[in-house]
Design a protein around this ligand. Structure first.
Ligand SMILES: Cc1cc2nc3c(=O)[nH]c(=O)nc-3n(C[C@H](O)[C@H](O)[C@H](O)COP(=O)(O)OP(=O)(O)OC[C@H]3O[C@@H](n4cnc5c(N)ncnc54)[C@H](O)[C@@H]3O)c2cc1C
Length: 255
């Protein structure tokens, strides 16, 4: 089933990257058009709800409620392939629970990608802050930096085993912060970011993750450590206790 905006994507392979993250490799007719700049962009996906098989029907009401947002981690247009790294966050929801059990041959619907509005152009150094949901986007950006880039990346993960290999320039210091309880606030991560050495010159700042984390650091950077707007990306990727469409509506309300 395909429409101008959505196409079927079939799972080719799965790899358990870490205990809480699974990488699914998909094949889709859309992937032939993915430009080399597409990784780091995001897709809307429609996966079957728990207990259902195949992609959900593409009627507007179902789509609105079931659509979820994921990052293109890698694209291989010549092979019609792309990778998405899914957080395995439990039984609640659609996409996470689906990915936890997905196997080759399973099908979903995917949109064409939207571009991540983040630029490091002209920055002297780089600061990255991510939780599991935004590690894929941060990793794409980190791996695209020039080899002499410097800075710090703070990644919040639920256990030591959730560290994952990322090909960062040697001048980027990686800080893995463990937070085992997903319901606990990201105090250790926020504290670490606020106490990091500030390099000289203009930083690019990437912050994405749970709503409260993004909110706390948005306030911090606005009030205490102002950064250049065109080099700053701060985004809430999900919110504890809300499904994605509720999170989106909530964000729109408080914006
Ligand atoms: C631009 C963008 C890019 C994103 N890229 C990725 C990506 O590459 N990989 C990825 O895994 N996520 C990514 N996300 C986050 C993802 O869209 C959300 O986590 C989404 O809510 C997952 O859908 P779901 O159906 O699994 O859960 P939902 O039905 O939306 O939520 C069900 C329950 O699970 C909780 N929940 C949702 N996400 C998480 C989580 N990460 N950890 C713990 N609890 C959670 C919710 O609070 C809710 O209580 C991205 C979000 C955005 C905006």
């Amino acid at each position: 089933m395909s429409t101008p905006n959505f196409a079927e994507a079939i799972v080719l392979r799965r790899a358990q990257l870490t205990p809480h993250m699974v990488r699914l490799t998909f094949q889709s007719e859309f992937a032939t058009d993915f430009s080399p700049g597409a990784p780091g962009g995001y897709l809307k996906i429609l996966a079957p709800a728990p207990g259902e098989v195949g992609p959900p029907p593409l009627d507007l009401q179902t789509a609105k409620r079931a659509m979820r947002t994921y990052t293109l981690r890698h694209v291989r247009p010549a092979e019609n392939e792309f990778d998405v790294d899914f957080v395995v966050h439990g039984d609640e929801g659609i996409a996470g629970p689906w990915a936890r059990l997905a196997k080759s041959g399973d099908r979903i619907l995917v949109s064409r990608p939207g571009a991540l509005k983040f630029s490091t152009e002209g920055a002297n150094w780089h600061l990255f802050v991510a939780d599991l949901s935004s590690i894929p986007a941060a990793a794409v950006e980190l791996e695209a930096l020039p080899s002499d880039a410097i800075g710090d990346a703070f990644f919040e993960i639920p256990s030591d085993e959730d560290r994952q290999p990322i090909r960062t320039p040697t001048g980027i210091r990686m800080h893995w912060i463990i937070k085992a309880d997903p319901h606990a606030p990201s105090d250790a991560l926020i504290h670490a970011v606020q106490n990091t050495d500030w390099h000289s010159g203009e930083p690019s700042v990437f912050v994405a993750g749970e709503f409260a984390l993004a909110g706390a650091l948005r306030t911090y950077f606005r009030k205490q450590q102002p950064t250049r707007k065109d080099l700053t990306y701060i985004s809430s990727y999900w919110k504890l206790g809300l499904i994605e469409p509720e999170h989106k509506a909530f964000k729109a309300q408080v914006a």
